[in-house]
Design a protein around this ligand. Structure first.
Ligand code: ALA
Length: 389
């Protein structure tokens, strides 16, 4: 796979923010707009039917990627929109008064705020210090828990939650609870089988699995999706509209109001097909790069790594702080050497508060990274110490 942007001298270590795109993504986008562009599910002419069939093939590709049925795949504009869709649609469809919602302190804001903002329901939060374990989740849930939502992998620290065990514990205590998984980070680094996982909903974004910006994937159990009210109202999601009332069309289209980014979805599906070929080997490479990075960073005096301490599993994301150096200053020094790292609160302020920091520096690795990228980072970290301390 070729990644044109990865020219010599660029050390891209911010893959949790977005991954770089293989050539096939740009080629597919160009070809779609040159040869196949028409609005999908609307035209009764060959060009539109061709674009529609390409879109539905892409839906099948995403379904295969997580072992789901195509009709359970809803395209949104981001994982964030997926969580907002769920929070809004669930509260439009089920009684929320007297109910509670369980989540964790480790969530990205996109999987926290939409549920925090639901009126009438109590928010119960599993604290980071309790450990994100089946037991800690089970201790928060009761017969009134309507939603439990948590991440499969922290975007801020790389900690992987024992999602299957947590889901089993939740199901044992309340089989009716709607379980949502944030797979935004997990999707690029771990094979997902939604049936085996046994959640009800799962969201991720295409741009973090080598697809285009502006495409989100929401998987949901069809029985639940059929019961739920739409999130956005508009074109292409109705059966019949009259002045008195509107009847919705079937899933998944009921949740896809408006013109969707067919070109981006089709190009993102091409990325998924391409990465699926060597998925397991790529994940192993990411693990070995993570171990190399941990070894190099642990050797830097004054650098504190968050987690990666033998307790729990971690993906290829490493967050760290440095004695008397602000993460933003560190990121600026790194940038001078063409090293892209993220610095900040990573849209996970409750977690930052639990860790007792305002921000961290973070590297996040992809299989296309190299040991040289990590060597460049350690050199820049030492340079930052020399300049800034
Ligand atoms: N959620 C993305 C990140 O963690 C943007 O960087």
């Amino acid at each position: 796979m070729k990644f044109p942007i990865l020219r010599k001298g660029l050390h891209y270590l911010d893959n949790a923010a977005t991954t770089q795109k293989p050539e096939i993504v740009m080629d597919t986008l160009k070809s779609f707009y040159e040869n196949s562009n028409a609005n999908v599910h609307r035209g009764i002419y060959a060009l539109s039917e061709h674009a529609t069939s390409m879109l539905e093939d892409a839906r099948e590709t995403f379904a295969r990627f997580i072992k789901a049925h195509p009709e359970e795949i809803i395209f949104t504009k981001s994982a964030t929109e997926g969580f907002n869709l769920l929070a809004t649609s669930i509260s439009r469809s089920f009684r929320m008064k007297g109910k509670n919602i369980v989540t964790s302190e480790m969530e990205h804001h996109s999987n926290f705020i939409p549920f925090q903002q639901i009126p009438d329901a109590e928010l119960r939060v599993v604290r980071y210090s309790e450990g994100l374990t089946p037991e800690s989740f089970a201790s928060k849930i009761d017969q009134d828990t309507i939603i439990a939502t948590f991440t499969g992998m922290s975007n801020a620290t790389g900690l992987i939650t024992p999602a299957k065990g947590i889901i089993q514990a939740l199901r044992n205590k309340n089989p009716e609870t709607i379980i949502i998984i944030d797979a935004t980070q997990l999707a690029a680094h771990s094979r997902i089988d939604v049936r085996e996982l046994d959640a009800d909903f799962l969201c991720f974004s295409a741009h973090k699995v080598y697809g285009t910006l502006g495409v989100g994937i929401l998987w949901g159990r069809k029985e639940l999706l059929r019961k739920m009210s739409p999130y956005l109202y508009g074109g292409n999601m109705i059966d019949d509209v009259s002045i008195e009332k509107t009847e919705w069309t079937e899933i998944p289209y009921k949740f896809e109001a408006g013109t969707i980014d067919a070109a981006g979805i089709i190009a993102s599906a091409a990325a998924i097909t391409s990465i699926s070929e060597n998925f397991g080997e790529n994940n192993k490479r990411e693990e070995s790069l993570r171990d190399y990075a941990l070894k190099r960073l642990k050797a830097v005096e004054g650098l504190d790594i968050i987690g990666h301490d033998g307790k729990g599993k971690y993906g290829p994301i490493i967050s760290f702080t440095m004695d008397r150096i602000h993460p933003h200053d560190l990121a600026t020094v790194c940038d001078k050497y063409g090293i892209c790292i993220r610095a900040g609160h990573h849209c996970a302020q409750p977690l930052m508060k639990a860790l007792g920091v305002n921000s961290t520096a973070r590297i996040s690795l992809s299989f296309y990274n190299t040991e040289e990228d990590i060597d460049a980072l350690t050199m820049a970290v030492e340079e930052a110490k020399r300049i800034l301390k």
